[in-house]
Ligand binder design. Structure first.
Ligand SMILES: NC(=O)c1ccc[n+]([C@@H]2O[C@H](COP(=O)([O-])OP(=O)(O)OC[C@H]3O[C@@H](n4cnc5c(N)ncnc54)[C@H](OP(=O)(O)O)[C@@H]3O)[C@@H](O)[C@H]2O)c1
Length: 260
């Protein structure tokens, strides 16, 4: 996905809504306390995605070409405000995730917010067809929970890897309930991809969407959108919580309006 952003000086985002101001990504996220929004049933779940103006979530299969300095800074700042980071197996394989918070200063920011220095990594993989040499699975500082339908385990990992197994098919609602109850996860940042996002939306399990719109018509036949529409059901209304701009790029934060 995105590389470390710490060596890039913080850029000033223009907060357009709810009022006009200038602030950095760290200042923007500083007021977020998603851990206070968990229910007894499941953690609060926010999704963070980037797409182009024409709705492409990747270019040549990667997000790097549509990820700017401001998007990277927001991406890393959001990681400092949650108990856990969730990702689908497809994204983990393509983007080759490693330790979720590599920067010591950011781990300190997490600690000051009352969070564990390293977030729990949650990977959703029905098949568990994951190579042991993925950097995240080799990282000795990472705690990883893999939500899977498979019965085998991955040999030769260096991280602390646990499994949440659903032999009859992954049940995301049950997985989140279990993570809330047994692992005490209160807030999750889901970083995609489109398949996982759509499964979560269809099950009514997403509370917020952080959506960056990169100002480009990327074209690219068959490119993905942020949601795999084959998995979606009824439309879901969004309400806009905030909107920032940097160099023509838009950073929206939406709440999903669940029925009932
Ligand atoms: N624009 C962005 O912000 C952004 C963010 C993330 C990813 N992406 C892009 O998205 C692409 C990957 O797309 P994708 O849809 O394949 O990604 P994905 O959702 O990360 O991965 C799909 C895989 O995750 C597992 N999975 C997801 N939901 C599941 C469920 N409900 N039950 C069981 N398994 C589930 C399955 O793994 P198994 O195959 O192991 O069963 C499935 O094949 C990449 O090109 C990546 O760069 C873009």
């Amino acid at each position: 996905m995105s590389g470390p952003a710490r060596n890039e000086p913080p850029v000033a985002l223009r907060l357009l809504l709810p009022y006009a101001a200038e602030l950095t990504a760290d200042e923007l996220v500083a007021e977020l306390r998603p851990w206070d929004l968990a229910t007894a049933q499941r953690p609060h779940v926010a999704v963070n995605m980037v797409h182009t103006t024409d709705g492409r979530a990747s270019v040549d299969g990667r997000t790097a070409p549509i990820s700017s300095v401001a998007d990277r800074q927001l991406f890393h700042a959001l990681r400092t405000r949650v108990d856990a980071i969730m990702v689908g197996a497809g994204t983990l394989r393509v983007e080759r995730y490693g330790r979720m918070v590599r920067d010591a200063e950011r781990r300190e920011q997490r600690r000051l917010a009352g969070l564990q220095p390293d977030p729990l990594a949650i990977v959703v993989s029905g098949s568990l067809d994951l190579a042991a040499d993925l950097p995240l699975l080799q990282d000795p500082d990472s705690r990883v929970v893999i939500v899977t339908a498979a019965e085998h385990s991955i040999d030769g990992v260096g991280a602390d890897v646990q499994y949440l197994r659903f032999p009859r098919g992954v049940d995301l609602a049950a997985a989140l309930a279990q993570l809330r109850k047994e692992t005490r996860v209160r807030s999750i940042l889901c970083e995609g991809g489109p398949h996982l996002n759509a499964s979560l939306v269809a099950a009514g399990l997403i509370d917020e969407l952080f959506l960056t719109t990169f100002p480009q018509i990327a074209a690219g036949a068959g490119a993905l959108s942020i949601m795999d529409d084959a998995l979606l059901g009824a439309p879901v209304a969004l309400s806009l919580l905030s909107l920032c701009e940097y160099a023509g790029e838009l950073f929206a934060r939406y709440a999903l309006e669940h029925e009932g």
